[in-house]
Write a protein of this length. Structure first.
Length: 303
């Protein structure tokens, strides 16, 4: 387990779900009030709590847990986590809130889509309605000491996605809206499962670019500089995937052929494909699932 201070107000914990390093990071932002960004999955809540302890942050002082969206790896552990944080409220997109109160459907869907990985992450626990705050675009959380978080609605990866911009350190906590950053390879990879809304996903990237962040703090994984450049690169990558998928569908190609062409033409994926496909969590399914998001999107568009 690995927890450290990034700057005067921001800390990071590597959650290491089932011992897998460099895959899920959560962030703590501290002014006079304290916020945790992302809960991670249920299976790594214990690691999160020991990370807090290592950073000398008490459970009582946490005021809010902000989740980018309710997928298991981001918000799935929030119900479990809130048991240990007596004063904290959960902030989640309004379309995700009801699934946090009644997580049964979320758990069912997650098992369908993720299979064994969902079992590994663990089942989400219900959160009492009165501990949930619905986050919305433009909402400001003033943490005191000049630390302010602005919420941006950044739907596309999911219909219930938020990103968080901390103004004084100029960090953008992007959830899954800016893709996955494989920090050890310095590579960005799309995270675009079904149902993908590409046009709104691109608009969300534009919105983050307009905020001119200095650093992007990904959930997968870690903070990186040149934020605007990375966001622009991600938008181009999504457009490249769309073009390849469209061409392949017109020619009646299979998912496997589309995968091969993407590996060939996308310099990032080319560099990262074998790493991704042998990764204990991302594995063989991830690229194909993300391509499938594009396939359904392009088919919808073609009518
Ligand atoms: Zn994710």
């Amino acid at each position: 387990m690995h927890a450290r201070k990034l700057d005067d107000s921001v800390y990071m914990i590597d959650l290491m779900p089932q011992g897998v390093k460099n895959f899920i990071s959560v962030y703590i932002v501290k002014g006079e009030k304290t916020v945790i960004i992302e809960s991670g999955p249920a299976c790594s809540v214990e690691n999160l709590l020991s990370g807090l302890q290592m950073l000398n942050i008490s459970r009582e002082e946490v005021d809010y847990v902000l989740v980018s969206h309710i997928h298991l790896d981001h918000g799935g552990g929030s119900g479990t986590l809130l048991h240990f944080l007596p004063n904290a409220h959960l902030v989640v997109h309004q379309r995700g809130a009801k699934h946090m109160v009644h997580p049964e459907k979320l758990w069912l869907m997650a098992r369908k889509v993720l299979g064994k990985v969902a079992e590994m992450y663990g089942a989400p626990e219900s959160i009492p309605k009165e501990r949930i705050i619905e986050g919305y675009d433009g909402m400001i959380l003033d943490l005191g000491n000049n630390v302010r978080i602005e919420i941006l609605e950044t739907v596309g990866h999911a219909s219930h996605h938020l990103s968080f911009h901390e103004h004084s350190s100029n960090k953008m906590f992007s959830g899954d809206a800016a893709g996955i950053y494989l920090n050890t390879l310095d590579v960005i990879v799309p995270t675009t499962p079904e149902p993908l809304y590409l046009d709104v996903a691109l608009a969300a990237i534009e919105k983050m670019i307009r905020a001119k962040p200095e650093m992007l703090c990904y959930t997968h994984f870690g903070c990186a500089g040149n934020a605007v450049e990375k966001l622009e690169a991600y938008a181009s990558q999504l457009k490249l995937w769309e073009r390849i998928v469209r061409e392949c569908l017109i020619n009646g190609e299979s998912l496997e052929v589309i995968r091969e062409r993407i590996v060939e033409e996308d310099v990032y994926v080319n560099k990262a494909a074998s790493f991704i496909e042998s990764h204990p969590i991302m594995g063989q399914r991830m690229l194909l699932q993300n391509i499938q998001g594009f396939v359904s999107y392009v088919k919808r568009k073609m009518g």
